[in-house]
Write a protein that binds this ligand. Structure first.
Ligand code: SF4
Ligand code: SF4
Length: 158
């Protein structure tokens, strides 16, 4: 059994620590919020510059991309997240040329290592900052990066 002096000492210690804790709470109460309330801030949320969300292929307003179908990104990818399908087309000059049919990207396998983007000689693919990738069907994470009907930008050397 503890004595009266020990009891009073513990009560005083408890009161002191309570006041200290309340002091910390009060100090932080008036400070500016740093917590981001996702998804309420979805419209204004900006990811950090270095954030990697997924590999995408930009197209211009004429539905042109910069992918020559060279396959270097496919080779650079360490886990087979990229598949390049090539097709042959006959140009206006009657000559047969190899062009990209599908640039297939498996987001579900991608580790976002950035190696494919570094390997691309024509800057055809970039890392986007999108991050809401949850789906009910895994097949939706396999994407064709070149848009339907898109063609190679004529400024890109093959
Ligand atoms: S970011 Fe890395 S893992 Fe993802 S597709 Fe590119 S090379 Fe492959
Ligand atoms: S994205 Fe770049 S590296 Fe990959 S096939 Fe197209 S041009 Fe080649």
């Amino acid at each position: 059994m503890i004595g009266i002096f020990e009891y009073i000492k513990e009560v005083l210690h408890g009161t002191k620590t309570l006041i200290q804790g309340m002091g910390v709470t009060i100090r932080h109460y008036g400070r500016k919020e740093v917590t981001q309330e996702y998804p309420d801030n979805r419209e204004t949320l900006k990811m950090f510059e270095r954030f990697r969300g997924e590999v995408v292929m930009p197209h211009n307003e004429k539905n042109e991309h910069r992918c020559t179908g060279c396959g270097l990104c496919e080779t650079a990818c360490p886990n087979g997240s990229i598949e390049i399908l090539i097709k042959k087309v006959v140009g206006d000059d009657g000559k047969s040329r190899r062009v990209i049919d599908k640039h297939i990207y498996h987001l579900s396998m991608c580790t976002l290592c950035n190696l494919c983007i570094k390997a691309c000689p024509s800057d055809a693919i970039i890392m986007a900052q999108t991050f809401e990738h949850a789906v009910f069907d895994r097949s939706q994470l396999t994407k064709v990066l070149n848009r339907p009907g898109s063609v190679l930008n004529k400024d890109v050397k093959e």
